[in-house]
Design a protein. Structure first.
Length: 336
């Protein structure tokens, strides 16, 4: 998936001064004083206890899975991170179906998608900022600057597996645990409905090996393991995995391979992930080395959107469930 673990090592005096000046002009009830607009509450984050507005109205999120969690909980942020240059800033996989993110303020410093533009952030006048603390830093280095704009809560993001608990952590910040439980229950129900549909189509997940292949470039593929985001979702559906895709290498949740090792991508059914990260990826997979795969010969290979399959959030998880179910029940056309 995308990598938002890098942040600027330092901020210039001008940027910081500009951020503070813009904050001082923010609307009444926003800014760095959580008590200015009404009652407050204290929440725990990776950065300790933080006093925030009891009912924040202008929330900025600095991690796209946090955007997904926020919308899942019924909130619309005033600002978020994204991909500069993309038509929708790369936000579609992190928003509910049918919701357009065009109206959101993008606080990303082009061309690097994970640098926070503090001036744009201050202009959005948030009354709460939710960021992340990652093994590589996240927004921890920016904490003093962010807190000068608005109360800031950093949440731990330790890797892909954090997508499940992240929703509940955001819910605790927003006092929305009931909504989080509903979202988790909706995901569990989607899994059970998919299992029933698959059974009705005569599909035995435990006896069906799904191969998950990400097209990384023209020379490299990545075989997604059960620890990856799509790997976790298909595991919830009960599917088996090919032996060569059970463990990553070098602490990753994928196995990097060159196209000369494409035979390791075979399975009873193959899902090929291509997206904005590799726009030159082919639409079909019957030529060249792909033609040697049993899944291709059997017409059991499907092209899916890695922007969703690698998004690490509940919106993306529902997309994976739908794509897999459609493919194995005959509703989706194979990519041959």
């Amino acid at each position: 998936m995308f990598d938002l673990t890098r942040v600027p090592r330092s901020l210039g005096v001008f940027a910081l001064a500009g951020a503070l000046a813009l904050t001082s002009c923010s609307p009444e009830g926003t800014g760095s004083d959580p008590g200015a607009g009404g009652p407050t509450r204290v929440v725990e984050g990776a950065n300790g206890a933080v006093e925030i507005p009891a009912s924040p109205e202008r929330i900025a999120v600095l991690w796209r899975p946090t955007l997904a969690a926020l919308t899942q909980l019924g909130h619309t942020p005033v600002a978020t991170m994204g991909s500069p240059g993309d038509p929708d800033h790369g936000l579609a996989p992190f928003l509910p179906e049918g919701v357009d993110g065009a109206g959101l303020t993008l606080v990303t410093s082009s061309p690097v998608e994970d640098d926070v533009n503090v001036e744009e952030l201050a202009t959005a006048a948030p009354d709460l900022i939710i960021g992340v603390s990652t093994p590589n830093g996240g927004q921890a280095e920016l904490l003093d600057t962010l807190e000068a704009i608005a109360p800031t809560v950093l949440l731990e993001w330790e890797g892909t597996g954090s997508w499940r608990g992240h929703l509940e952590e955001v819910a605790r910040v927003l006092d929305a645990e009931d909504r989080a439980r509903e979202a988790v229950a909706a995901y569990d129900a989607a899994v059970e409905d998919a299992r029933a549909d698959l059974a009705g189509a005569g599909v035995d997940p435990a006896g069906t090996e799904l191969s998950l292949v990400r097209l990384q470039s023209g020379t490299e593929i990545r075989l997604e393991t059960p620890e990856s985001f799509p790997g976790q979702v298909v595991a919830d559906l009960g599917f088996a995995r090919p032996e060569g895709q059970l463990a990553g290498e070098g602490g990753t949740d994928f196995v990097p391979r060159g196209y000369e090792n494409l035979d390791q991508a075979d399975g009873d059914v193959v899902f090929v992930m291509a997206g904005s990260g590799y726009p030159d990826a082919p639409e079909t997979f019957s030529d060249g080395l792909w033609g040697s795969l049993d899944a291709v010969a059997d017409g059991r290979i499907y092209r899916v959107d890695h922007d969703f399959w690698g998004s690490a959030n509940h919106h993306g998880a529902h997309r994976i469930i739908g794509d897999v179910t459609a493919a194995l029940t005959g509703e989706a056309e194979p990519a041959v």
